[in-house]
Design a protein around this ligand. Structure first.
Ligand code: PRP
Length: 220
């Protein structure tokens, strides 16, 4: 049995064509079904529906052989292993190039970020991406107090909870709607395939076949 962990929404939708390239059709729709284990047209392949942030955990501990997750989620997950995917037992063979966005620093339009940085001010930064934010500001030499949030980061500067946020930006609509401006582009994000290293050894042929089919579909 080959088990693939996916999160609902954009990653799920954008993974379907890649699965099709590997000859795999998912038989249930996670938006209408409450099932968490989805069958496919291949009796030996199943799909788990998990929270996006849980995908690396399922793959690391062997609950799934493979998973698809954003670079952001992966970096935050492997931070506990010194930022080393291999140390977490994860192999990262492919950048799938799907679910593209970026991680940025944003502030209220009336906050002079460049001035605050020049002055060496200590910034309060709200984010779900604590490892990414810590690393970015440390490299930049900016002192920050990080405030961990789990969503709706854009709210924090509006109510004085923080000076800045570190968050995903795709269209920029959420920032505009909340009168925030992007002041730093930290990194580009896309979805990655992650594989359990032990599973890759034990089930090499079928997992390699999936990796190769995905790689072919990306190239095409
Ligand atoms: C993400 C992100 C931003 C928004 C950016 O949130 O946190 O809020 O999308 O997209 P945009 O630039 O196209 O407006 P998401 O809706 O995924 O929910 P989340 O708050 O749970 O992360």
């Amino acid at each position: 049995m080959i088990t693939l962990a996916l999160s609902k929404g954009r990653i799920f939708e954008e993974t379907l064509p890649l699965l099709r390239a590997a000859g795999i059709e998912v038989l249930d729709d996670p938006d209408t079904s409450r099932k968490l284990i989805l069958d496919t047209n291949q009796p030996q392949v199943r799909v788990l529906v998990v929270r996006a942030t849980d995908v690396p955990t399922y793959v690391q501990y062997g609950g799934a052989d493979l998973g698809i997750t954003g670079r952001d989620t992966l970096i935050e997950h492997i931070a506990a292993w010194g930022g080393n995917a291999g140390a977490a037992g994860l192999y990262q063979p492919l950048d799938l190039g799907i679910s593209r966005c970026r991680i940025s620093v944003a502030v209220r339009a009336d906050f002079d970020y460049a001035h605050a940085v020049r002055q060496g001010s200590r910034l309060r930064v709200a984010t779900k991406y604590v490892a990414i934010a810590r690393d970015f500001f440390a490299t930049k030499g900016v002192h920050v107090d990080l405030i961990k949030l789990y969503g709706s980061m854009e709210l924090a500067p509006l109510v004085g909870l923080s000076d800045a946020i570190v968050d995903l930006v795709s269209t920029g609509n959420t920032l505009r709607a909340n009168r925030l401006v992007e002041v730093e582009h930290i990194m580009d994000i896309s979805a990655r395939l992650v594989v359990n290293q032990a599973a890759l050894k034990l089930k090499q042929a079928p997992i390699r076949a999936i990796i190769d089919a995905f790689a072919g579909a990306i190239r095409a």
